[in-house]
Design a binder for this molecule. Structure first.
Ligand code: NAD
Ligand code: IPM
Ligand code: MN
Length: 369
């Protein structure tokens, strides 16, 4: 009698297009593996809602989301109508902060069938995961403008690294590295230029590394790390970075393996549990890495795989391992079969959101585990 209540927030742009096929995939998995979903779909956390109400969300948003087991989120943003910092700080970034989703897990894999710009890497396995700090760092709300409109106009935004904030994301990344065959952790830094916060980050990495003698630790400044992502992505395993560096690396990685259209993301609060009545319940959030893609919105050609794969991460989080396996296998098998008519344009095909979504849904029902 397993049943999960999921808050569904499609958002804006292609978020509205990739959500329906992804929900059908989740339904198919639930049906096959004998559990149920209750999807509570909300039109807020979108610029469409903002235009009507002047706010991104109703005042009881927290209550509504906390009544759920997880949040399934499309993408938010319509810069033509609402400034991005208003729409994002009024929704997604607020969720990450308020629900203390301090881990942003973003796997990156080269999947056979997806054309990659790194053609000469096709015979290497690319399979790494970015662990992005998700609640502090460069994404702080501390700062401001002074002397506005004068020649002395000054704008300041502070970066915040707390010991707890840095240590908990590093701990998660070290544990994850320890659990994987390569047992390798790459830390993104910039301690040559960013001379206060980044040396602190490095110090905490070195300190924690003493507890993990079995994990091979390396660090690179973010600039050359970006270069290494392009030139030898197959050498990475777990890559840990601050909020901003993790953001950049998690678009770059999937771009190297073909397209950001397939990249998933789990915003986790790994310590909150629904069973622990002593502590406030804070749900985790699952979303594609990509945004609302206004340039292709409304055309029906958005790649639905990032959204579907995020659903796969949600299934794992909910403990539905077999369903999660079926979904990832279905994605792999459909991509391997491929074909110009099935793959969406970001994968050099002529396919549509709809037809690719349906193919994966069918495969979820039939794929051999
Ligand atoms: P974007 O990810 O929306 O798009 C970048 C490029 O990738 C575009 O050319 C787009 O067409 C392409 N693309 C993205 N997803 C795709 C998919 N599934 N299939 C095929 N092509 C895809 O990034 P952007 O253009 O910088 O941002 C657009 C808006 O989305 C902005 O408002 C931004 O703030 C917002 N945004 C939201 C999120 C989120 O909600 N998590 C993430 C990133 C950006
Ligand atoms: C992401 C996005 C967000 C971020 C934006 C939309 C604020 O790029 O989830 O990667 O920077 O975290
Ligand atoms: Mn991003």
């Amino acid at each position: 009698n397993r049943k999960y209540v999921i808050a569904v927030l499609p958002g804006d742009g292609i978020g509205l297009e990739v959500m329906p096929p992804a929900l059908r995939c989740l339904e198919a998995a639930a049906k096959r593996f004998g559990f149920k979903f209750e999807f509570r779909e909300y039109p807020w956390a979108s610029c469409i809602y903002y235009q009507e109400h002047g706010v991104m969300m109703p005042s009881n948003w927290k209550e509504l989301l906390k009544a759920c087991d997880a949040i399934y989120f499309g993408a938010v943003g319509d810069p033509a109508s609402v400034p991005d910092h208003i729409s994002l700080w009024g929704s997604l970034l607020l969720f990450r902060r308020e629900f203390d989703q301090f881990i942003n897990l973003r796997p990156c894999r080269l999947i056979p069938g997806v054309p990659s710009p790194l053609a000469n890497r096709q015979n290497h396995t690319i399979d790494f995961v970015t662990v992005r700090e998700n609640t502090e760092g460069e994404y702080s709300s501390i700062g401001g403008r002074i002397f506005e409109g004068t020649s002395r106009e000054t704008v300041i935004q502070n970066t915040v690294f707390t010991r707890q904030g840095v240590d908990r994301v590093l701990r998660y990344a070290f544990e994850l590295a320890r659990s994987r065959p390569k047992k390798k952790l790459t830390s993104a830094t910039k301690s040559n230029g960013i001379s206060i916060t980044m040396p602190y980050w490095d110090e905490r990495v070195e300190e924690m590394a003493k507890e993990y003698p079995d994990v091979k630790v390396e660090k690179y400044h973010i600039d050359i790390l970006c270069a290494h992502f392009v030139q030898r992505p197959h050498t990475f395993d777990v890559v840990v970075g601050s909020n901003l560096f993790g953001d950049i690396l998690s678009d770059l990685g999937p771009a190297c393996t073909g397209t950001i259209g397939i990249a998933p993301s789990a915003n986790l609060n790994p310590v909150s549990s629904k069973d622990d009545s002593a502590k406030e319940w804070m749900p985790s959030l699952f979303e594609p890495v990509h945004g609302s893609a206004p340039d292709i919105a409304g055309k029906g050609i958005a790649n639905p795989i990032g959204m579907i794969w995020a659903g796969q991460m949600m299934l794992e989080h909910l403990g539905e391992k077999d369903a999660a396996t079926a979904v990832i296998k279905a994605i792999e098998s459909v991509l391997a079969r491929g074909g110009t008519n099935l793959l969406t344009p970001d994968m050099q095909g002529k396919g549509t959101t709809q037809s690719l979504g349906v193919a994966i849904e069918q495969e979820i029902i039939n794929v051999v585990l």
